[in-house]
Design a protein around this ligand. Structure first.
Ligand code: C5P
Length: 227
């Protein structure tokens, strides 16, 4: 069994977990798993292949055979069947489809093995919704990031505008609330902190402060690592 250490960072969209996970992974020299990107790519693949979302077996089959490659044309790039979908997966449609395929149990099972394969020495930082509860329940460090929904909508707005993607703040706020509700209430892998996770509210913290706090927790809980 592969016992490379895992730092699980879970939380809702806009909690900052993506940026925090990337910086923490860089600092530690660990690999990074952006599990949300996998759900997003699957969502886009469902659209492109014209698969019916109600046909769970077909969605799961697509998940099993999904040809996805990370980092092909740049650090945070994602390719689907050889085509760069880095921007496409971040659109509203990409977010919405990710949340929809994420509610299909067979699709989650199909993506599980792929996620486990990221656990390689010297270690992994995994970001998502169920990293600490379902995918890596034995993670050495578990962190759950939260922030007020209005603050999360503002962050997402800035992120999208920064990437040159058009966005409307009230629409983003409404979509985030809807997605939070769907992610939190679903029967399988709902968005909730693991019992042994440290919950960090980032509403009033900037990125550097959150990263510093996470590295403190890592040093305390993984004393063999010299950060
Ligand atoms: O983290 P991100 O916002 O990219 O995730 C997009 C969507 O993918 C989430 O709203 C959620 O529905 C789904 N997801 C999930 N499980 C994960 C990561 C993401 O269900 N581990």
């Amino acid at each position: 069994m592969n016992k490379a250490p895992v730092i699980a960072i879970d939380g809702p969209s806009g909690s900052g977990k993506g940026s925090v996970a990337r910086l923490v992974a860089e600092e530690l020299g660990f690999a990074l798993l952006d599990s949300g990107a996998l759900y997003r790519v699957l969502g886009i693949a469902v659209l492109r292949h014209g698969v019916d979302l109600e046909d769970h077996a077909a969605v799961a089959e697509l998940a099993r055979t999904l040809d996805v490659e990370f980092g092909k044309s740049g650090e945070d790039s994602v390719a689907l069947e050889g085509e760069d979908v880095t921007l496409a997966i971040r659109t509203d449609a990409g977010s919405d489809m990710a949340s929809r395929v994420g509610g299909i149990p067979a699709a989650r099972t199909a993506l599980l093995e792929r996620q486990l394969a990221f656990r390689q020495p010297p270690g992994l930082v995994a970001d998502g919704r169920d990293m600490g509860t379902v995918v890596f329940p034995d993670a050495e460090v578990k962190i759950f990031l939260t922030a007020a929904v209005e603050e999360r909508a503002k962050r997402r707005y800035k992120q999208l505008i920064g990437k040159g993607i058009g966005a409307i703040l009230p629409d983003l706020l409404r979509d985030l609330k809807e997605r939070d509700e769907r992610d939190s209430l679903r029967a399988i892998s709902p968005l909730k902190p693991a019992e042994d996770a440290t919950v960090l509210d980032t509403t009033d913290l900037d990125l550097a402060a959150v990263v510093a706090r996470v590295l403190e927790l890592v040093t305390a809980q993984l004393p063999t690592l010299d950060t």
